[in-house]
Design a protein around this ligand. Structure first.
Ligand SMILES: NC(=O)c1ccc[n+]([C@@H]2O[C@H](COP(=O)([O-])OP(=O)(O)OC[C@H]3O[C@@H](n4cnc5c(N)ncnc54)[C@H](O)[C@@H]3O)[C@@H](O)[C@H]2O)c1
Length: 248
């Protein structure tokens, strides 16, 4: 697979879980990596696992806040001198029960999962354009494709929206040399899924042809493929990393 030596990568939601493994995988592939978390504490926890140095920097940015995506991208560009790859991974699930969702919770789920992805992407593309192109990978979910078994309507709508956003941006930014693709994982062992009850986990495993949850590490190959030169003719696509639970 293509290496990332000399490339600058920014991963959001990288203080733990899938994002942390993505940041590690890009760094192992030779990239300079900015890893972002919601606040200083979460970045510090990411730093304990990833380290910090000339090719690794942590950034705190609460992406639910207005202007945070632009400030995050600006900070990464200032630290590394540009940006070649953006991974929009930050996400929150919100309540699964539709009767428990209030307007503030609905807005928060849309903002972190979807609005922030758009504004991070637009801010990053301004800099990618100056470097002759780049690549964006959005982390959606199987929930946005099948309606969500463990997650509720706000999350499902946001993740389906992210697939639509990917297609829109793929068209809009192609003339600038920027490819935009999406990953749709299902049921990966992280803090997000650790709290799910055993009965739900058993039900999900039974629905999954490969018969288990995946690991965060197993999501990385798809992201590196889509972000790198091996995928130079691939844009607007969704790559499913889901053990076969959905075959679309
Ligand atoms: N774990 C799964 O089974 C699964 C399946 C499909 C999709 N996903 C998606 O993958 C991504 C990562 O999931 P995970 O399981 O690693 O989750 P996680 O909860 O372990 O990590 C989420 C990350 O997002 C960050 N984040 C949350 N709110 C934020 C905010 N307001 N501002 C900035 N960052 C914020 C957190 O700091 C953390 O780093 C999410 O987008 C999630 O929806 C996960």
């Amino acid at each position: 697979m293509a290496g990332f030596a000399g490339k600058i990568v920014l991963v959001t939601g990288a203080s733990r879980g899938i994002g942390l493994e993505l940041a590690r995988a890009f760094a192992d592939a030779g990239a300079a990596v900015g890893y972002a978390g919601r606040d200083a504490d979460s970045v510090a926890r990411g730093r304990e696992r990833l380290g910090e140095g000339p090719r690794l920097r942590g950034f705190a940015a609460d992406l639910a806040r207005s202007g945070a995506p632009e400030r995050l991208v600006a900070a990464a560009v200032e630290a590394f001198g540009g940006i070649d790859v953006l991974v929009n991974n930050a996400g929150i699930a919100g309540p699964a029960d539709p009767w428990q969702v209030d307007e503030a919770e609905w807005d928060r789920v849309q903002t972190v999962n979807l609005r922030a992805a758009f504004f991070c992407a637009r801010a990053a593309v301004r800099h990618m354009k100056a470097r002759g192109g780049g690549s964006i990978v959005n982390v959606s979910s199987v929930a946005g494709q099948i309606g969500g078994v463990a997650t509720g309507p706000a999350y499902v709508a946001a993740k389906a929206g992210l697939i639509g956003l990917t297609r829109s941006l793929a068209r809009q930014f192609a003339p600038l040399g920027v490819r935009v693709n999406c990953i749709a994982p299902a049921d990966i062992e992280t803090d997000m899924t650790a709290a799910w009850p055993d009965e739900l986990r058993r039900r999900l495993v039974a629905l999954t042809p490969l018969g288990r949850f995946g690991t965060a590490r197993e999501v990385c190959g798809a992201a590196l493929y889509l972000a790198g030169d091996d995928a130079s003719f691939v844009t607007g696509q969704t790559l499913n990393v889901n053990g076969g639970i959905y075959m679309g």
